[in-house]
Design a protein around this ligand. Structure first.
Ligand code: ZN
Ligand code: ZN
Ligand code: ZN
Length: 920
């Protein structure tokens, strides 16, 4: 039996027609025909075999092409229609009749395609994929891939939205579930000189990889507009591809991807986004062509595909609208706006799909693993990109698992009485050199070899900067048998320290090995206190190997180096070139992208690239950069030093930030004393007039765009907060965004207003408000707060004194005061002296308080009397009258009783022998 076979339109290239029996696919071969037109139609029908189709009047003449004719009996039987051969007929002729005919014919081709697809679907669903194990999902980190399919030129805006909004949000969400998200966005990474042959295979092989990893249910996101896309000619489709992917002719690559990735496996994890074409009316004419296909076959294919998707996947097909925004001058690409619906639907659909495949309860939530989660997350993030560093890894491993510690360290001559105290290993590195990444990778390797590892990455989670947290974890590690008692939870840090030391000694008797890894001890919350590193056990038995890492933070270094025995030291060097190249290659490969040789060379020979942080930021920047053709130029534009690169990236982020919050957030963080909490940022970035916080959605958007620059902190009262992850970022923000003093003061005022009006915690207000008032130059408000606001009573006296003395006049007063002219004595009049709260919200009588800081000062010395300088001296009063500093009026001695002089406390009266103007 022979099928009536539709023939491909030859609008674009050749005047050949390719004919093939559509089903079954493997029995048929291609036959080539030369076509000629008598008049105008662009599509013709011919039949395979003996039966000749009802080729229309004035339809093209078709004859077997002699050179490419692969003779089969069928081909020989087929008879050419008409005669005469014409040359180029690349474009479909215009005109009503031709179009009518074309769309009719196109409909037939399309019907044929779908017949084949449906057959394949039926075949596939008989169980190829479903038979495979469903229980492949295990606990622990998993990789999830999302395959994105669409035509290219007309979906630039959507792909940008995916890369910059949808995927970052999903990635963050995934990380909370130990899922590593990999997007397969093929806009990028198809080498620029690749032939169409390889383009097809790259796209399809990638898709196939997704299929195989997911038992036929890859996460798949297709977008369709008014372009059907390139339909490969049969020369473009190699026998391999044809075979491997059951190629259906007359389909565009995009359609083929949809067929392979979603239709055939009836993929429940596929989503289809169909773009409403209304916005096209606003598109500038010169771009219209890249958004709309007018070829009848394309139009027909697209129409049918959309309607079938709606039919087959009603819950997975979404229609969305958007608007034309403008044309980006830099890359001449059309920008679309109002893609929020699209983004929201995509995120929601994919979260649901992930959730089904990787239910939340697959991670057992015992307390220990919850505690471990931030460390594991951090380790996974940091450790995956470390390449090279073999020598350092070896030294670390040797130290952790080897028998021999450094020879000088273990005193063995005095017998076993000393038990041999083992030195620690100190890993030392410049900021940005990848110390934490090295520690993370090493940890990943060492936990493969030993169960008994305690790893702690300072700064990876809210509590992790608290030294007590490390001690508690160490205690639990050493004392795992007994479930913890109430007592254990109530131990003071000192008791805890003692117990840990004792358990460590006991552990020294055992044959086991314990490895302790603590990253970034210089970042612990107590880094500037005298107790810094006090928690670190003074000695370790020889079967406990402790590795700590630090930057060259002097107090940390000196404390570590003062230990007995002194620590072994390992300095992390700059990256060598090979390692840089490896890092870059590996990085892009994770996202299915690649730089070409020249680009790789260019990137890794930049001076900046010896610093892993520079390299990481550069790679990230290139990855999110959408214009593949300009990557080389982009690499050339990367400043070759860390601060320069950061500055460039930060301005890019701010420029692209639609929330208009990114810059503000960076500045607020920079102006904060020690980072900010999320709730605070929400209010600060929200509407201060209405006291409404920033919508969460906007928040996550801005947070995500800044995430590479942030780290978690333990803020006041152990509340989790966030701050910059690196000092260089602080510096760049300071220099680029806050160089203007007025701007800086404005941000401090914003923060002051927040603490004044919206912060619920009095402690926090007491800590923060005076600081920001001072920085904002709002001195009278500062005085008002310190004197009147009861919340200021939560402040430590010394800080109250510090703020007030910083803004008092302080002009030197010579002993005995100024001469010349009458100077009234500064007093507190009888009316004011027995009252309260002139200088402090506390309930002490005015006469007994320091007029500067409000400190209770019942015992006064002559030298503590308040004096004002010539500039601030009180107005002339009548002889014998004094001046009251509270009511600011002349004070008359009533019934001959003297007024009480106004006094300062000891602290505020500066030296005892000299005095300074007390005018606030
Ligand atoms: Zn005082
Ligand atoms: Zn003064
Ligand atoms: Zn008074």
């Amino acid at each position: 039996m022979f099928l009536e076979t539709p023939v491909l339109s030859f609008k674009k290239k050749s005047s050949f027609l390719y004919l093939k029996q559509l089903w079954p696919p493997r029995n048929s071969q291609w036959k080539y025909y030369k076509v000629s037109f008598q008049k105008s139609p662009s599509v013709a029908f011919v039949a395979m075999g003996t039966k000749v189709s009802k080729a229309k009047q004035r339809s093209p003449s078709i004859s077997p092409h002699p050179e490419q004719h692969h003779g089969t009996t069928q081909a020989e039987n087929s008879s050419p229609v008409g005669n005469g051969v014409s040359k180029d007929h690349h474009s479909a002729p215009k005109g009503q009749p031709a179009n009518q005919m074309s769309s009719q014919s196109a409909a037939k081709i399309v019907a044929g395609c779908w017949e084949k697809i449906e057959q394949q679907c039926a075949h596939n669903q008989s169980g190829t994929w479903n038979s495979k194990g469903k229980d492949r999902v295990q606990a622990g980190w998993q990789e999830v891939r999302i395959f994105v399919s669409s035509t290219f030129a007309d979906f630039h805006a959507e792909r940008e939205a995916l890369v910059k909004k949808v995927f970052p949000e999903l990635r963050e969400w995934c990380e909370g579930r130990q899922l590593h998200l990999v997007e397969c966005d093929l806009r990028w990474g198809v080498p620029k000189d690749s032939t169409s042959q390889t383009t097809i295979s790259i796209c399809l092989e990638e898709l196939d990889r997704c299929l195989k990893e997911t038992d036929g249910q890859p996460f798949f996101l297709a977008m369709l507009g008014e372009r059907y896309g390139w339909i490969p000619s049969s020369e473009d489709v190699s026998a391999d591809i044809r075979d491997n992917f059951d190629w259906v002719d007359h389909l565009s690559i995009t359609h083929m991807e949809v067929t392979h990735g979603a239709l055939r496996p009836k993929n429940p994890n596929a989503a289809f986004f169909l773009r409403d074409p209304t916005f096209l009316k606003d598109i500038p004419e010169e771009f219209y062509g890249s958004f709309v296909d007018d070829d009848p076959l394309c139009v027909e294919q697209l129409k049918e595909l959309k309607s079938r998707l709606h039919l087959k996947f009603p819950d997975q097909t979404f229609d969305y609208k958007c608007n034309f925004s403008d044309v980006q001058a830099a890359d001449n690409k059309v920008q679309l706006s109002d893609l929020d619906d699209f983004c929201t639907q995509a995120v929601e659909f994919l979260k649901n799909a992930f959730n089904k495949k990787y239910p939340e309860d697959r991670l057992q939530h015992d307390p220990l693993s919850i505690e471990l989660l931030p460390h594991d997350t951090y380790m996974e993030q940091k450790g995956q990109l470390v390449l090279g560093r073999e020598a350092e890894m070896e030294k670390l491993m040797q130290f952790a698992t080897g028998d021999d510690v450094s020879s000088s360290a273990v005193p063995s001559d005095s017998g076993q009485a000393e038990q041999g105290s083992c030195p620690i290993l100190m890993v030392l590195a410049q900021p940005g050199t990848g110390k934490s990444s090295l520690m993370a990778k090493f940890t990943m390797e060492v936990i493969q070899k030993s169960d008994n590892v305690l790893y702690h990455f300072v700064g990876c989670g809210p509590d992790t900067m608290d030294p007590t947290n490390i001690l508690q974890r160490l205690y639990k590690k050493l004392h795992p048998s007994g479930s913890e008692t109430e007592e254990d939870n109530e131990m003071s840090p000192d008791q805890l320290k003692e117990k840990v030391q004792k358990h460590l000694q006991d552990f020294g008797e055992k044959k086991e090995r314990l490895v302790i890894i603590i990253d970034a001890v210089n970042q612990l919350a107590d880094q500037s206190s005298t107790f810094h590193l006090d928690w670190l056990p003074p000695t370790f038995p020889s079967n406990v190997r402790c590795i700590v890492s630090t930057t060259e933070h002097p107090p940390t270094l000196s404390r570590l180096r003062d230990r007995q025995p002194p620590p072994d030291e390992l300095t992390v060097p700059d990256l060598d070139k090979n390692t840089r190249q490896d890092i870059v290659t590996r990085y892009f490969k994770r996202y299915n992208k690649a730089l070409d040789k020249e680009q790789l060379e260019l990137l890794t020979s930049s001076d900046g690239s010896s610093n892993p942080m520079w390299l990481a930021i550069a790679c990230e920047e290139l990855r999110v950069y959408g214009v593949f053709e300009q990557v080389t130029a982009k690499i050339q534009s990367l400043p070759p030093y860390l601060e320069g690169l950061l500055s460039m990236v930060i301005s890019r982020v701010i420029q692209e930030d639609e929330t208009r919050c990114a810059e503000k957030m960076l500045c607020l963080l920079e102006c904060s004393q020690s980072g900010l909490q999320q709730t605070q940022l929400l209010m600060l970035l929200g509407d201060p007039e209405k006291a409404t916080p920033l919508p969460l959605l906007t928040w996550s958007q801005v947070h995500r765009s800044l995430k590479p620059f942030l780290r978690n902190t333990t803020g006041h009262m152990n509340l989790p907060g966030m701050d910059f992850c690196h000092n260089s970022i602080r510096q760049v923000v300071q220099e680029t965004l806050l160089s203007n003093q007025a701007t800086q003061q404005n941000y401090h005022k914003l923060l002051a207003d927040y603490y004044q009006g919206q912060c619920a915690s009095q402690q926090l207000v007491a800590l923060e408000l005076p600081y920001h008032l001072q920085q904002a130059g709002l001195h009278s408000q500062l005085v008002e707060f310190l004197r009147k606001d009861p919340r200021s009573l939560k402040m430590a006296m010394h800080s109250r004194q510090k703020y007030m003395n910083a803004i008092r006049c302080r002009t030197y007063i010579p002993p005995g005061g100024f001469h010349g002219g009458h100077v009234a004595q500064i007093v507190i009049c009888k009316m004011c002296s027995m009252r309260m709260q002139a200088f402090t919200p506390a309930r002490t009588m005015n006469k007994d308080t320091c007029v500067i800081c409000g400190h209770f000062t019942p015992f006064k010395k002559e030298q503590q009397k308040v004096q004002f300088c010539m500039l601030h001296k009180p107005p002339l009063v009548a002889p014998g009258q004094d001046w009251c500093v509270v009511c600011e009026k002349p004070a008359i001695a009533l019934r001959g009783r003297q007024n009480d002089p106004a006094y300062l406390c000891m602290m505020c009266s500066v030296g005892i022998s000299t005095n300074r103007c007390a005018k606030v």
